[in-house]
Ligand binder design. Structure first.
Ligand SMILES: Nc1ncnc2c1ncn2[C@@H]1O[C@H](COP(=O)(O)OP(=O)(O)O)[C@@H](O)[C@H]1O
Ligand SMILES: [Mg+2]
Length: 662
């Protein structure tokens, strides 16, 4: 087993004993970490199923102390549900909810969650990368948006190239990342892209949650050996891992075994077998030590160690955890934690990263544009929908201008109503799905510091605007001339404007629904419930003068109604409808029949529609801002006990190693 680094054929325990450049090394220490969440209490629920949800404090991590050493790769191992992901999240400052106590230090400095987030990279188990970006573009995005405006474009390019080489991504650089529905790069390549996106900001500390899950054993080996190489240049890397092969296990410098939210061992991988051997669990020869710990010690259901058969699994784990606390190894580790290597603590202020709003906005606009070009199906579907629907309606109501009497009137009202309803339904439903998916990408990318909310929000609207203008116009044009509404340029343009405005309101409604509701299925369930009354009260199904007072207010909320009234007033003004008896009836009298002889002029309807769109957009923005605030507040409140108490919100200085070697 190799512990340390091989330089010129000889083994060195510590990179600081070599002439290799040390990469801004920092040591992460953590002491007495406790993490608990409010969880629904199933016991209380059972006794009274109608009682309000009773919550109970559920402890997930219990008094965890340990250290991630610079220049070393640490594995966090343990059974499923042991708390590996939770520990990583707490240390990296990524917890959402729950209460955290204890202290996290970088070298000797206590750090808050938000400072740690700035200081470290985090590769999530389920990486969220926009499917239509190529591997290279994804890495370049990270460079463009996260390296700050102070770094020149050429320098960013150079770093992207460097990452492609470092992570062996040349072959797939120009392949799209892909998604379940879009064929893209392989799972191992995808993971390496996610790692590259973090590494490009040169974090001193890198956390990875299950970087090998879903990969075959060879790919897993290659990913972990890349991590090991990165660590040996002085970075501090910790990853959770589930059942590594013995080859992969041997790549880790250190391990941290977790059982039921507590530490069972933390220290060099090379000493694991000795340590557990001493406790009476010798690893059989030719046996994977990782499997040995996993099967025989962490999950020993069968009692394969005869002499301890009478001891239950839970008791054994309790005993082993206590044994670790009292062990000389734990005492040694505490010393290491309290005395980080002296040559790593020279601090100096770093320039602040992050790009300007305009860089972010421009970048996102371009990315979204590329996304829609590479995802032509969505655009084609929208175009096809507009064309086909318009032709069907056009044929259905063909030459209404030749009709007389009741039919002529019914057709006109019908087609104007259809234009209003379709625009709202069409745009609400189409943006709902898109925006709900984008919201997830946004939450992740914003959390990782790629861009701000306004840059995302307004670029998204900017990209969608053309299709809100073009497709409704196509539809309105085809229908207008096939049906034979009044031959009048001004009236035609007003119809187009109304269909665009009401589409815009529908779009804004979709965006705010997608922003407010936590998931797409919920939003999809609520939307019809909202849209149907808006349609019902739009003035076609029930006469305006007949709506009962207790429902009267709903009509004022219906964008379909404002559009419908505007379109009716536009078309019927100056219209003469021929009757069966040869006379003609003035269009204005129909307006009165519909109950629309009110103060709502065409202009007022238009103003209200645009106003509604603005209000809905503002609501959507507020909902997203709320999500963002939740993310920022996830910084754990440290109410630590013990000596190394971190002050709440204590910001760590940006540090840079000046002295490389003492
Ligand atoms: N937000 C949460 N709500 C409820 N239970 C949680 C939450 N986060 C973690 N847990 C619970 O904490 C335990 C540890 O979870 P986790 O850290 O994901 O384990 P691991 O990554 O080791 O599989 C599990 O029992 C899990 O159900
Ligand atoms: Mg996990």
């Amino acid at each position: 087993m190799v512990d340390g680094l091989i330089v010129d054929g000889s083994l060195v325990e510590d990179i600081r004993d070599t002439d290799l450049p040390l990469f801004r090394s920092v040591q992460v220490g953590f002491h007495n970490i406790n993490y608990s969440i409010e969880a629904a209490d199933p016991a209380a629920k059972k006794s009274n199923p109608f009682s309000k949800a009773v919550t109970k404090e559920k402890s997930i991590l219990n008094d965890i102390s340990g250290v991630f050493r610079p220049g070393r790769l640490t594995a966090i191992m343990g059974a499923s549900g042991a708390g590996k992901t939770s520990l990583l999240n707490v240390l990296a400052g990524h917890t959402d909810g729950g209460s955290v106590s204890g202290s996290v230090t970088v070298n000797k400095q206590p750090v808050s969650g938000s400072a740690m987030r700035k200081e470290s990279g985090f590769v999530f188990q389920d990486d969220v990368i926009l499917a239509t970006m190529t591997a290279r573009e994804a890495i370049a995005m990270s460079a463009t948006l996260r390296l700050g405006d102070a770094v020149s474009a050429e320098e960013k390019e150079r770093k992207v190239e460097e990452m492609l080489d470092l992570l062996n991504l040349r072959k797939c650089a120009h392949t799209v990342v892909g998604s379940p529905t879009l064929k893209g790069i392989s799972g191992g390549e995808r993971k390496r892209v996610a790692i590259a996106m973090e590494l490009i900001t040169e974090p001193r500390i890198l956390y990875l949650d299950e970087p090998t899950s879903g990969l075959d054993s060879f790919t897993a080996y290659s990913v972990i050996s890349i991590l090991r190489n990165l660590a040996t240049t002085g970075r501090t890397i910790a990853c959770t891992i589930h059942q590594p092969s013995s080859e992969v296990f041997a790549l880790f410098h250190d391990v941290l075994f977790l059982a039921e939210g507590q530490v069972m061992y933390n220290g060099p991988t090379s000493k694991v077998v000795d340590y557990f051997g001493r406790l009476g669990y010798p690893c059989p020869e030719h046996f994977n030590p990782a499997d040995h710990v996993f099967m025989a010690i962490l999950n020993n259901q069968e009692g394969s160690f005869e002499e301890k058969k009478e001891e239950s699994n839970a008791d054994r784990i309790k005993r082993l955890i206590q044994y670790w606390k009292d062990s000389p190894e734990a005492a040694d580790l505490a010393k290491i934690r309290q005395n980080p290597p002296a040559d790593t603590v020279t601090l100096k202020k770093n320039q602040t990263a992050g790009t300007s709003y305009s860089t972010q906005f421009k970048y996102l606009l371009e990315r979204e544009f590329k996304n829609s070009v590479r995802n032509p199906l969505v655009l084609r579907a929208k175009a096809g929908q507009s064309l086909i629907l318009a032709l069907i309606i056009g044929l259905l109501f063909l030459n209404t201008d030749d009709k007389t009497g009741y039919a002529a009137n019914q057709n006109r009202v019908g087609v104007l109503f259809f234009l209003s309803t379709q625009a709202v339904f069409g745009s609400t439903m189409s943006i709902l799905g898109i925006f709900a998916a984008d919201k997830l990408v946004f939450a992740r990318e914003h959390g990782s510091g790629y861009y701000s909310l306004p840059a995302f929000f307004f670029s998204k609207i900017g990209v969608e605007l053309p299709s809100i203008i073009v497709f409704p116009t196509i539809m309105a044009t085809i229908i207008y001339w096939m049906v034979g509404l009044q031959v009048d340029a001004a009236k035609y343009l007003i119809v187009c404007a109304f269909v665009i405005m009401v589409s815009l309101t529908g779009f804004a409604l979709g965006v705010s629904l997608a922003s407010i509701f936590p998931s797409l299925p919920v939003a999809l369930a609520v939307t019809p419930l909202l849209l149907l009354p808006l349609m019902l009260f739009s003035g076609l199904f029930i006469n305006d003068s007949a709506i009962p007072a207790y429902f009267g207010w709903i009509r004022w909320l219906s964008p379909i109604r404002y559009s419908f009234i505007g379109l009716v007033k536009n078309e019927y003004a100056g219209l003469q409808i021929p009757q069966e008896d040869g006379t003609a009836r003035a269009g204005e009298s129909y307006i009165a029949d519909l109950g629309f002889s009110n103060g709502l002029s065409i202009l007022l309807c238009a103003v209200i529609l645009v106003g509604m769109a603005v209000v809905l957009i503002a609501i959507a923005y507020a909902a997203l801002a709320n999500i963002v605030r939740g993310q920022e507040n996830s910084k754990p409140a440290r109410k630590g006990k013990g000596t190394e108490v971190a002050e709440e919100g204590a910001e760590m200085e940006q540090i840079e190693v000046v002295a490389v070697k003492s």
